[in-house]
Ligand binder design. Sequence first.
Ligand SMILES: Cc1cc2nc3c(=O)[nH]c(=O)nc-3n(C[C@H](O)[C@H](O)[C@H](O)COP(=O)(O)O)c2cc1C
Length: 169
Amino acid sequence: MARALVVYESMFGNAKLIAEAIARGLSIWRSTDVLEVGVAPDVLPSDLDLLVVGAPTHAFGLSRPGTRKAATQYQEQVLSSGRGMREWLAVVAQERVGVEAVAFDTGIRFAPGSAARVATLALRKLRFEVRYQPKSFDVVTAIGPLLDGEAERAEEWGRAIAEASFAHN
Ligand SMILES: Cc1cc2nc3c(=O)[nH]c(=O)nc-3n(C[C@H](O)[C@H](O)[C@H](O)COP(=O)(O)O)c2cc1C
């Protein structure tokens, strides 16, 4: 069966909820795992055919050690307390060509910048097949919660990606 992996970075749990909702949508078509970026493998499974990456927008892009430290001023214990998506994308390797990939982020509505756009550039550099536009999901304040309906929108997006990529392969 086709296999998908959702890798997320999340400080306060919002991107994690979106990752899980996307996985619910994907799992209609694919066997889907969800992993926090700190425990994601550096070499992707050889049978993987779709990678979804997601992270909170920090300072208009992907987080850095300094922005992750700043997040602990909002909440002492954060979920992604180790490496972030930027660091994982700098080391991750895939064993075969043709793996599709797509990125999402969470952020404050109408704020400029997007972690998913930065991640998409990294995915292209890593030679993933990037066919789908990055997607942003909104939080009410920096620590959350998600805006009403965002988890449902994420699940629907996951389902649409799975259907489109299933049709393509
Ligand atoms: C240090 C820091 C910088 C941030 N910078 C931005 C930003 O540039 N644009 C934005 O929309 N949100 C920004 N935010 C809000 C985050 O996007 C928000 O905390 C995140 O989406 C929540 O998801 P999480 O709970 O998965 O971390 C920032 C938050 C922190 C802690």
